[in-house]
Design a protein around this ligand. Sequence first.
Ligand SMILES: [Zn+2]
Length: 456
Amino acid sequence: MALQLYNSLTRRKEPFAPIDPANVRMYVCGPTVYDFAHIGNARAVVVFDLLYRVLRHEYGAAHVKYVRNITDVDDKIIEAARTNGEKIEALTQRTAAIFHDDMAALGNLPPDVEPRATGYIPQMIAMIERLIAGGHAYAAEGHVLFAVGSYPEYGRLSRRSRQEMIAGARVEVAPYKRDPGDFVLWKPSSPDQPGWPSPWGRGRPGWHIECSAMSEAHLGPHFDIHGGGIDLIFPHHENEVAQSECAHGGERFVNFWVHNGFLSVDSTKMSKSLGNFVTAHDVLQHWPGEVVRLALLSSHYRDPLDWTEQKLREARQTLDRWYRALSLFAVESEASGTEEAKVVEALKDDLNTPQAITRLHEIADTVFRNDADRFPLQKALSVGGNILGLLGSHPLDWLHQGEAEISAKVKERLAERALARKERRFADADRIRAELAAEGIILEDKPDGTTEWRRG
Ligand SMILES: [Zn+2]
Protein backbone atom coordinates (compact mmCIF):
# COMPACT_ATOMS: atom_id res chain seq x y z
CA MET A 1 0.00 0.00 0.00
CA ALA A 2 1.21 3.49 -0.81
CA LEU A 3 1.44 5.98 2.03
CA GLN A 4 -1.98 7.58 2.55
CA LEU A 5 -2.17 11.08 4.00
CA TYR A 6 -5.13 13.25 4.86
CA ASN A 7 -4.81 16.46 2.86
CA SER A 8 -6.38 19.49 4.54
CA LEU A 9 -6.67 21.13 1.11
CA THR A 10 -9.03 18.47 -0.31
CA ARG A 11 -10.35 17.29 3.08
CA ARG A 12 -9.74 13.66 2.27
CA LYS A 13 -7.18 10.90 2.57
CA GLU A 14 -5.13 10.60 -0.61
CA PRO A 15 -2.29 8.37 -1.78
CA PHE A 16 0.94 10.29 -1.36
CA ALA A 17 3.06 10.54 -4.52
CA PRO A 18 6.12 12.79 -4.22
CA ILE A 19 6.99 15.27 -6.97
CA ASP A 20 10.47 13.67 -7.05
CA PRO A 21 10.90 10.38 -5.09
CA ALA A 22 14.65 11.07 -4.93
CA ASN A 23 13.99 14.37 -3.14
CA VAL A 24 10.85 14.29 -0.97
CA ARG A 25 10.39 17.74 0.58
CA MET A 26 8.56 18.76 3.75
CA TYR A 27 8.30 22.12 5.53
CA VAL A 28 6.89 22.47 9.04
CA CYS A 29 6.31 25.74 10.91
CA GLY A 30 8.68 25.87 13.85
CA PRO A 31 8.63 27.72 17.15
CA THR A 32 8.62 31.44 17.81
CA VAL A 33 11.39 31.51 20.40
CA TYR A 34 10.44 33.66 23.40
CA ASP A 35 9.13 31.15 25.97
CA PHE A 36 9.00 27.43 26.79
CA ALA A 37 7.22 25.27 24.21
CA HIS A 38 3.89 24.01 25.55
CA ILE A 39 2.90 20.39 25.27
CA GLY A 40 0.68 21.18 22.24
CA ASN A 41 3.74 22.56 20.40
CA ALA A 42 5.63 19.40 21.37
CA ARG A 43 2.80 17.30 19.94
CA ALA A 44 3.24 18.96 16.52
CA VAL A 45 7.00 18.35 16.58
CA VAL A 46 6.52 14.67 17.51
CA VAL A 47 3.80 14.14 14.86
CA PHE A 48 5.93 15.59 12.04
CA ASP A 49 9.00 13.75 13.31
CA LEU A 50 6.98 10.57 12.91
CA LEU A 51 5.95 11.55 9.38
CA TYR A 52 9.64 12.31 8.64
CA ARG A 53 10.60 8.83 9.89
CA VAL A 54 7.89 7.14 7.82
CA LEU A 55 9.02 9.08 4.70
CA ARG A 56 12.65 8.08 5.37
CA HIS A 57 11.54 4.47 5.75
CA GLU A 58 9.68 4.64 2.42
CA TYR A 59 12.06 6.69 0.28
CA GLY A 60 15.43 6.32 2.05
CA ALA A 61 16.94 8.73 4.55
CA ALA A 62 19.07 10.42 1.87
CA HIS A 63 15.98 11.23 -0.22
CA VAL A 64 13.91 13.19 2.29
CA LYS A 65 14.49 16.85 3.15
CA TYR A 66 12.76 18.20 6.24
CA VAL A 67 12.89 21.94 6.91
CA ARG A 68 11.58 23.40 10.16
CA ASN A 69 12.16 27.08 10.81
CA ILE A 70 12.81 29.14 13.89
CA THR A 71 10.95 32.45 14.08
CA ASP A 72 13.39 34.76 15.82
CA VAL A 73 11.82 38.10 14.85
CA ASP A 74 8.27 38.68 16.05
CA ASP A 75 6.34 41.17 18.17
CA LYS A 76 5.91 38.57 20.94
CA ILE A 77 9.71 38.26 21.13
CA ILE A 78 10.14 42.05 21.33
CA GLU A 79 7.53 42.16 24.11
CA ALA A 80 9.03 39.26 26.10
CA ALA A 81 12.56 40.71 25.87
CA ARG A 82 11.26 44.01 27.23
CA THR A 83 9.40 42.28 30.09
CA ASN A 84 12.46 40.17 30.99
CA GLY A 85 14.88 43.08 30.62
CA GLU A 86 16.83 40.80 28.29
CA LYS A 87 18.53 41.46 24.93
CA ILE A 88 16.49 40.00 22.04
CA GLU A 89 19.40 37.88 20.82
CA ALA A 90 20.05 36.49 24.28
CA LEU A 91 16.35 35.62 24.65
CA THR A 92 16.06 33.88 21.27
CA GLN A 93 19.36 31.96 21.69
CA ARG A 94 18.42 30.82 25.18
CA THR A 95 14.88 29.76 24.27
CA ALA A 96 15.98 28.02 21.06
CA ALA A 97 18.60 26.03 23.04
CA ILE A 98 15.95 24.85 25.55
CA PHE A 99 13.64 23.95 22.66
CA HIS A 100 16.39 21.85 21.05
CA ASP A 101 17.19 20.04 24.32
CA ASP A 102 13.52 19.29 25.05
CA MET A 103 12.75 18.11 21.51
CA ALA A 104 15.83 15.83 21.56
CA ALA A 105 14.67 14.42 24.92
CA LEU A 106 11.37 13.55 23.22
CA GLY A 107 13.29 11.45 20.69
CA ASN A 108 12.84 13.81 17.73
CA LEU A 109 15.40 13.75 14.95
CA PRO A 110 16.75 17.21 14.11
CA PRO A 111 15.34 18.53 10.80
CA ASP A 112 17.75 18.57 7.85
CA VAL A 113 17.67 22.37 7.77
CA GLU A 114 16.57 24.73 10.51
CA PRO A 115 16.55 28.24 9.04
CA ARG A 116 16.22 31.25 11.34
CA ALA A 117 14.03 34.04 10.00
CA THR A 118 16.63 36.78 10.63
CA GLY A 119 19.00 34.98 8.23
CA TYR A 120 16.56 35.42 5.31
CA ILE A 121 15.63 39.11 5.32
CA PRO A 122 17.01 39.75 1.78
CA GLN A 123 14.96 36.82 0.42
CA MET A 124 11.81 38.18 2.15
CA ILE A 125 12.40 41.66 0.71
CA ALA A 126 12.93 40.16 -2.77
CA MET A 127 9.69 38.19 -2.50
CA ILE A 128 7.76 41.27 -1.35
CA GLU A 129 9.19 43.23 -4.32
CA ARG A 130 7.96 40.51 -6.70
CA LEU A 131 4.49 40.68 -5.10
CA ILE A 132 4.38 44.46 -5.53
CA ALA A 133 5.57 44.17 -9.16
CA GLY A 134 2.83 41.60 -9.86
CA GLY A 135 0.11 43.81 -8.40
CA HIS A 136 -0.44 41.59 -5.34
CA ALA A 137 0.94 43.97 -2.72
CA TYR A 138 1.25 47.69 -2.08
CA ALA A 139 3.32 49.97 0.14
CA ALA A 140 1.60 52.48 2.42
CA GLU A 141 3.00 54.51 5.31
CA GLY A 142 6.12 52.33 5.76
CA HIS A 143 4.03 49.16 5.63
CA VAL A 144 3.67 46.70 2.77
CA LEU A 145 0.37 44.86 2.59
CA PHE A 146 -0.78 41.85 0.63
CA ALA A 147 -3.89 42.71 -1.39
CA VAL A 148 -6.22 39.74 -0.79
CA GLY A 149 -8.52 40.99 -3.56
CA SER A 150 -5.74 40.27 -6.08
CA TYR A 151 -5.87 36.52 -5.40
CA PRO A 152 -9.24 34.91 -6.16
CA GLU A 153 -8.19 31.62 -4.52
CA TYR A 154 -7.80 33.29 -1.11
CA GLY A 155 -9.72 31.24 1.48
CA ARG A 156 -9.48 27.94 -0.43
CA LEU A 157 -7.32 26.12 2.16
CA SER A 158 -9.31 27.19 5.23
CA ARG A 159 -12.64 27.17 3.33
CA ARG A 160 -13.75 30.33 4.97
CA SER A 161 -15.92 33.04 3.54
CA ARG A 162 -14.59 36.59 3.37
CA GLN A 163 -16.63 37.58 6.44
CA GLU A 164 -15.35 34.62 8.46
CA MET A 165 -11.80 35.40 7.46
CA ILE A 166 -12.08 39.01 8.51
CA ALA A 167 -13.59 38.01 11.86
CA GLY A 168 -11.13 35.11 12.35
CA ALA A 169 -8.03 37.18 11.67
CA ARG A 170 -9.09 39.80 14.22
CA VAL A 171 -7.87 42.24 11.62
CA GLU A 172 -6.52 45.57 12.66
CA VAL A 173 -8.46 48.38 11.10
CA ALA A 174 -5.79 50.68 9.74
CA PRO A 175 -6.23 53.71 7.50
CA TYR A 176 -3.49 52.53 5.11
CA LYS A 177 -5.32 49.27 4.31
CA ARG A 178 -7.26 49.16 1.05
CA ASP A 179 -9.27 46.15 2.27
CA PRO A 180 -9.76 45.07 5.90
CA GLY A 181 -8.57 41.54 4.99
CA ASP A 182 -5.19 42.74 3.63
CA PHE A 183 -2.34 41.49 5.78
CA VAL A 184 1.12 42.81 6.61
CA LEU A 185 4.22 41.69 4.70
CA TRP A 186 6.52 44.37 6.09
CA LYS A 187 6.14 46.93 8.86
CA PRO A 188 8.16 49.88 10.10
CA SER A 189 10.37 49.55 13.20
CA SER A 190 10.95 52.29 15.75
CA PRO A 191 14.63 52.86 16.70
CA ASP A 192 14.30 50.57 19.77
CA GLN A 193 12.79 47.71 17.72
CA PRO A 194 14.81 45.30 15.56
CA GLY A 195 14.82 46.44 11.94
CA TRP A 196 16.53 46.11 8.56
CA PRO A 197 16.90 48.63 5.74
CA SER A 198 14.41 48.07 2.94
CA PRO A 199 12.96 49.95 -0.07
CA TRP A 200 10.11 50.97 2.32
CA GLY A 201 12.34 52.24 5.11
CA ARG A 202 13.79 50.52 8.16
CA GLY A 203 11.45 47.77 9.27
CA ARG A 204 10.84 44.08 9.85
CA PRO A 205 8.91 41.28 8.15
CA GLY A 206 5.44 40.01 9.06
CA TRP A 207 5.32 36.44 10.34
CA HIS A 208 3.67 34.87 7.26
CA ILE A 209 6.24 36.04 4.70
CA GLU A 210 9.01 34.44 6.79
CA CYS A 211 7.77 30.91 6.06
CA SER A 212 7.12 31.62 2.37
CA ALA A 213 10.69 32.92 1.91
CA MET A 214 12.40 30.20 3.97
CA SER A 215 10.53 27.33 2.31
CA GLU A 216 11.33 28.76 -1.14
CA ALA A 217 15.03 29.11 -0.21
CA HIS A 218 15.36 25.45 0.80
CA LEU A 219 12.63 23.55 -1.02
CA GLY A 220 11.90 25.62 -4.12
CA PRO A 221 8.56 27.18 -5.16
CA HIS A 222 6.61 23.87 -5.23
CA PHE A 223 7.12 21.03 -2.76
CA ASP A 224 5.37 17.98 -1.31
CA ILE A 225 4.22 18.49 2.27
CA HIS A 226 3.60 21.50 4.50
CA GLY A 227 2.73 20.78 8.12
CA GLY A 228 1.71 22.49 11.33
CA GLY A 229 -0.91 22.58 14.04
CA ILE A 230 -4.54 22.92 12.95
CA ASP A 231 -4.65 26.39 14.55
CA LEU A 232 -2.22 27.58 11.84
CA ILE A 233 -4.55 26.93 8.89
CA PHE A 234 -5.96 30.41 9.19
CA PRO A 235 -4.57 32.95 8.82
CA HIS A 236 -0.95 31.71 8.72
CA HIS A 237 -1.12 28.95 6.10
CA GLU A 238 -3.81 30.64 4.03
CA ASN A 239 -1.50 33.67 3.83
CA GLU A 240 1.54 31.55 2.99
CA VAL A 241 -0.35 30.04 0.03
CA ALA A 242 -1.40 33.50 -1.20
CA GLN A 243 2.12 34.94 -0.94
CA SER A 244 3.94 31.97 -2.46
CA GLU A 245 1.55 31.29 -5.33
CA CYS A 246 1.33 34.97 -6.28
CA ALA A 247 5.13 35.36 -6.06
CA HIS A 248 5.55 32.40 -8.43
CA GLY A 249 3.11 33.36 -11.17
CA GLY A 250 0.31 31.21 -9.78
CA GLU A 251 2.40 27.99 -9.63
CA ARG A 252 1.08 25.55 -7.04
CA PHE A 253 2.87 25.96 -3.69
CA VAL A 254 2.23 22.71 -1.76
CA ASN A 255 0.67 19.36 -2.71
CA PHE A 256 -0.21 18.08 0.77
CA TRP A 257 -1.25 20.21 3.72
CA VAL A 258 -1.03 18.14 6.91
CA HIS A 259 -2.35 19.44 10.24
CA ASN A 260 -2.36 17.91 13.72
CA GLY A 261 -5.33 18.31 16.06
CA PHE A 262 -5.82 20.42 19.17
CA LEU A 263 -4.57 19.46 22.62
CA SER A 264 -6.55 20.00 25.82
CA VAL A 265 -5.42 19.48 29.41
CA ASP A 266 -7.75 17.51 31.69
CA SER A 267 -10.60 18.20 29.22
CA THR A 268 -10.04 21.97 29.32
CA LYS A 269 -8.55 24.23 26.68
CA MET A 270 -4.99 25.00 27.74
CA SER A 271 -4.39 28.65 28.52
CA LYS A 272 -2.09 30.71 30.67
CA SER A 273 -5.02 32.47 32.31
CA LEU A 274 -6.62 29.17 33.40
CA GLY A 275 -3.37 28.09 35.03
CA ASN A 276 -3.35 24.75 33.17
CA PHE A 277 -0.51 25.69 30.84
CA VAL A 278 1.74 22.63 30.56
CA THR A 279 5.23 23.08 29.12
CA ALA A 280 7.17 20.22 27.55
CA HIS A 281 10.11 21.26 29.71
CA ASP A 282 8.14 20.75 32.94
CA VAL A 283 6.71 17.38 31.92
CA LEU A 284 10.23 16.22 31.05
CA GLN A 285 11.40 17.00 34.60
CA HIS A 286 9.03 14.28 35.86
CA TRP A 287 8.80 11.71 33.09
CA PRO A 288 11.28 10.09 30.68
CA GLY A 289 11.07 11.59 27.17
CA GLU A 290 10.06 8.24 25.71
CA VAL A 291 7.02 8.04 28.01
CA VAL A 292 5.95 11.56 27.00
CA ARG A 293 6.46 10.73 23.31
CA LEU A 294 4.33 7.58 23.51
CA ALA A 295 1.60 9.49 25.39
CA LEU A 296 1.62 12.14 22.62
CA LEU A 297 1.32 9.43 19.93
CA SER A 298 -1.39 7.47 21.76
CA SER A 299 -4.18 9.36 19.93
CA HIS A 300 -4.41 9.69 16.17
CA TYR A 301 -2.63 12.90 15.16
CA ARG A 302 -5.77 14.48 13.67
CA ASP A 303 -7.91 13.75 16.72
CA PRO A 304 -7.94 16.10 19.66
CA LEU A 305 -5.61 14.86 22.40
CA ASP A 306 -6.60 15.26 26.04
CA TRP A 307 -3.43 15.48 28.15
CA THR A 308 -3.73 13.73 31.53
CA GLU A 309 -1.43 12.07 34.09
CA GLN A 310 -3.28 8.85 33.37
CA LYS A 311 -2.00 8.87 29.76
CA LEU A 312 1.55 9.19 31.05
CA ARG A 313 1.09 6.34 33.53
CA GLU A 314 -0.33 4.11 30.79
CA ALA A 315 2.52 5.00 28.44
CA ARG A 316 5.05 4.10 31.14
CA GLN A 317 3.37 0.72 31.77
CA THR A 318 3.34 0.01 28.04
CA LEU A 319 7.03 0.80 27.64
CA ASP A 320 7.91 -1.27 30.74
CA ARG A 321 6.05 -4.17 29.21
CA TRP A 322 7.63 -3.83 25.75
CA TYR A 323 11.11 -3.51 27.24
CA ARG A 324 10.43 -6.59 29.42
CA ALA A 325 9.51 -8.51 26.26
CA LEU A 326 12.76 -7.34 24.64
CA SER A 327 14.82 -8.35 27.70
CA LEU A 328 13.78 -12.03 27.59
CA PHE A 329 16.45 -14.48 26.55
CA ALA A 330 16.28 -15.60 22.92
CA VAL A 331 18.44 -17.54 20.54
CA GLU A 332 19.30 -15.52 17.47
CA SER A 333 17.51 -16.68 14.33
CA GLU A 334 16.26 -15.45 10.98
CA ALA A 335 13.87 -12.45 11.15
CA SER A 336 11.05 -12.55 8.61
CA GLY A 337 9.93 -8.92 8.70
CA THR A 338 6.24 -9.86 8.39
CA GLU A 339 5.32 -8.74 11.92
CA GLU A 340 7.04 -5.36 11.70
CA ALA A 341 5.39 -4.85 8.29
CA LYS A 342 2.03 -4.71 10.11
CA VAL A 343 3.28 -1.78 12.21
CA VAL A 344 4.53 -0.01 9.08
CA GLU A 345 1.22 -0.64 7.28
CA ALA A 346 -0.68 1.01 10.16
CA LEU A 347 1.59 4.06 10.00
CA LYS A 348 1.27 4.28 6.23
CA ASP A 349 -2.48 4.61 6.72
CA ASP A 350 -2.40 8.31 7.57
CA LEU A 351 -0.05 7.71 10.55
CA ASN A 352 -2.50 5.51 12.42
CA THR A 353 -0.51 5.39 15.68
CA PRO A 354 -3.28 3.82 17.83
CA GLN A 355 -3.31 0.88 15.42
CA ALA A 356 0.50 0.70 15.28
CA ILE A 357 0.57 0.62 19.10
CA THR A 358 -2.03 -2.20 19.12
CA ARG A 359 0.17 -4.15 16.68
CA LEU A 360 3.19 -3.69 18.96
CA HIS A 361 1.13 -4.96 21.91
CA GLU A 362 0.16 -8.03 19.88
CA ILE A 363 3.80 -8.70 19.02
CA ALA A 364 4.79 -8.32 22.70
CA ASP A 365 1.98 -10.73 23.70
CA THR A 366 3.39 -13.33 21.34
CA VAL A 367 6.90 -12.81 22.75
CA PHE A 368 5.60 -13.58 26.27
CA ARG A 369 3.64 -16.64 25.10
CA ASN A 370 6.28 -18.05 22.86
CA ASP A 371 9.54 -19.13 24.42
CA ALA A 372 10.78 -21.26 21.54
CA ASP A 373 11.33 -18.74 18.78
CA ARG A 374 11.24 -15.29 20.30
CA PHE A 375 14.02 -13.68 18.37
CA PRO A 376 12.15 -12.67 15.18
CA LEU A 377 9.30 -11.23 17.26
CA GLN A 378 11.65 -9.26 19.47
CA LYS A 379 13.31 -7.95 16.33
CA ALA A 380 9.88 -6.91 14.95
CA LEU A 381 8.99 -5.20 18.23
CA SER A 382 12.25 -3.31 18.27
CA VAL A 383 12.18 -2.25 14.59
CA GLY A 384 8.47 -1.35 14.76
CA GLY A 385 9.08 0.69 17.91
CA ASN A 386 12.06 2.45 16.33
CA ILE A 387 9.92 3.74 13.42
CA LEU A 388 7.75 5.42 16.06
CA GLY A 389 10.93 6.83 17.63
CA LEU A 390 10.52 4.43 20.61
CA LEU A 391 12.39 1.49 22.16
CA GLY A 392 15.78 3.02 21.47
CA SER A 393 17.21 2.21 24.92
CA HIS A 394 18.85 -1.03 25.93
CA PRO A 395 16.02 -3.05 27.61
CA LEU A 396 18.03 -3.70 30.78
CA ASP A 397 19.01 -0.05 31.09
CA TRP A 398 15.37 0.96 30.78
CA LEU A 399 14.09 -1.60 33.26
CA HIS A 400 16.79 -0.86 35.86
CA GLN A 401 16.44 2.89 35.51
CA GLY A 402 12.68 2.47 36.01
CA GLU A 403 13.07 0.22 39.04
CA ALA A 404 15.58 2.48 40.78
CA GLU A 405 13.31 5.49 40.26
CA ILE A 406 10.19 3.68 41.40
CA SER A 407 11.87 2.14 44.39
CA ALA A 408 13.24 5.52 45.57
CA LYS A 409 9.80 7.10 45.15
CA VAL A 410 7.97 4.26 46.91
CA LYS A 411 10.44 4.32 49.82
CA GLU A 412 9.78 8.02 50.28
CA ARG A 413 6.00 7.48 50.32
CA LEU A 414 6.34 4.51 52.72
CA ALA A 415 8.27 6.68 55.16
CA GLU A 416 5.49 9.31 54.98
CA ARG A 417 2.91 6.61 55.54
CA ALA A 418 4.79 5.06 58.51
CA LEU A 419 4.92 8.50 60.12
CA ALA A 420 1.20 9.03 59.49
CA ARG A 421 0.39 5.69 61.12
CA LYS A 422 2.66 6.43 64.10
CA GLU A 423 0.85 9.75 64.58
CA ARG A 424 -2.51 7.98 64.17
CA ARG A 425 -3.37 9.98 61.03
CA PHE A 426 -5.01 6.94 59.47
CA ALA A 427 -6.83 8.89 56.75
CA ASP A 428 -3.46 10.16 55.47
CA ALA A 429 -2.03 6.64 55.59
CA ASP A 430 -4.99 5.31 53.57
CA ARG A 431 -4.68 8.11 51.05
CA ILE A 432 -1.01 7.26 50.41
CA ARG A 433 -1.94 3.57 49.99
CA ALA A 434 -4.64 4.54 47.46
CA GLU A 435 -2.33 6.89 45.55
CA LEU A 436 0.33 4.19 45.24
CA ALA A 437 -2.32 1.66 44.20
CA ALA A 438 -3.35 4.03 41.39
CA GLU A 439 0.26 3.86 40.16
CA GLY A 440 0.23 0.05 40.30
CA ILE A 441 2.10 -0.30 43.61
CA ILE A 442 0.49 -2.74 46.08
CA LEU A 443 1.33 -2.45 49.80
CA GLU A 444 1.24 -5.25 52.32
CA ASP A 445 1.44 -4.48 56.05
CA LYS A 446 3.29 -7.18 57.98
CA PRO A 447 2.44 -8.24 61.54
CA ASP A 448 5.80 -6.90 62.74
CA GLY A 449 4.73 -3.37 61.71
CA THR A 450 6.82 -3.19 58.53
CA THR A 451 5.34 -2.71 55.05
CA GLU A 452 6.38 -4.52 51.90
CA TRP A 453 5.50 -3.47 48.37
CA ARG A 454 5.26 -5.04 44.97
CA ARG A 455 4.15 -3.95 41.49
CA GLY A 456 0.59 -5.07 40.84
ZN1 LIG B 1 4.88 29.05 9.09
